[in-house]
Design a protein around this ligand. Structure first.
Ligand code: DX5
Ligand code: ZN
Length: 235
């Protein structure tokens, strides 16, 4: 049986409240034991699982698709935060919604018609996020800000885990904080560790994607807790 986004009665969060949340990125997990790695961070208290989908076109890498997400859905109550680094996000919204995504983020760089993408995602019952690359200006998303649930600021060039944090994006984080309301999440993705998470939290981010710094640690649960603490203590 395939779980759907409507089976959401038991989710750990709906992301509507503002608090510091670390979202472990599946990309850095052990792909031979995804179920176990997901359970480790969930037991540690993670409410959000970040799912990086790459198509080999928008980014020079290929990761996984809706099939993997659908297999994880029945074994986790975490909020599935799907980050589409793909061209034609509207075309695939239904597949990622049916796989069990709670929210689907698309990149503004792939479309001239963001409203069409937003409608395609909403139609299938998911929350909507929009992402901007490190050098993409926030005026490209200004008009659609009232329509999204989350803004994702990339602090590395999308495509690979394990890259270094680009600090210049913190200016955009601070500007976005002022433009978003308390129901909207401000997420940062790439190069997040115990030091950079504090900078991002101070700038106004509330949701922090962490791949390498969680699953690359010998004790991912302890790493998750350290990062959460570092974010909480920074503000
Ligand atoms: C990069 C992805 C990230 C990635 C982050 O394209 O969007 O979510 O998993 O990995 P780390 O935390 O290792 O920088
Ligand atoms: Zn991501």
């Amino acid at each position: 049986m395939t779980a759907t986004a409507s089976d959401d009665n038991n989710r750990l969060t709906d992301l509507k409240t503002r608090q510091m949340r670390v979202a472990p990125s599946l990309l850095a997990a052990d792909f031979c034991r995804l179920r176990e790695d997901v359970a480790i961070v969930e037991r540690a208290g993670a409410e959000v699982l970040h799912l990086d989908v790459m198509d080999g076109h928008f980014v020079p890498n290929i990761s996984f698709g809706p099939g993997v997400i659908a297999h994880l859905r029945p074994v986790s109550r975490m909020f599935f935060d799907t980050h589409l680094m793909i061209e034609e996000p509207a075309r695939y919204a239904e597949a990622f919604a049916n796989a069990g995504s709670d929210l689907i983020t698309f990149h503004i760089e792939v479309t001239d018609n963001p409203n069409e993408v937003i409608d395609a995602i909403r139609k299938h019952g998911c929350g909507v996020g929009v992402s901007i690359n490190p050098t993409t200006e926030i005026d490209t998303i200004e008009a659609i800000l009232p329509k999204v649930d989350l803004v994702l600021v990339m602090s590395v060039w999308p495509g690979f885990g394990g890259q270094s944090f680009i600090g210049d994006v913190l200016t955009k984080v601070a500007q976005l904080r002022d433009r978003l309301n308390d129901n909207q999440r401000l997420e940062i993705d790439g190069g997040i560790n115990a030091e950079t998470i504090a900078l991002a939290a101070k700038a106004g981010a509330d949701t922090f994607v962490a791949g390498t710094s969680v699953f690359g640690d010998p004790d991912p649960a302890a790493a998750f807790n350290r990062l959460t603490q570092a974010a909480q203590q920074a503000v």
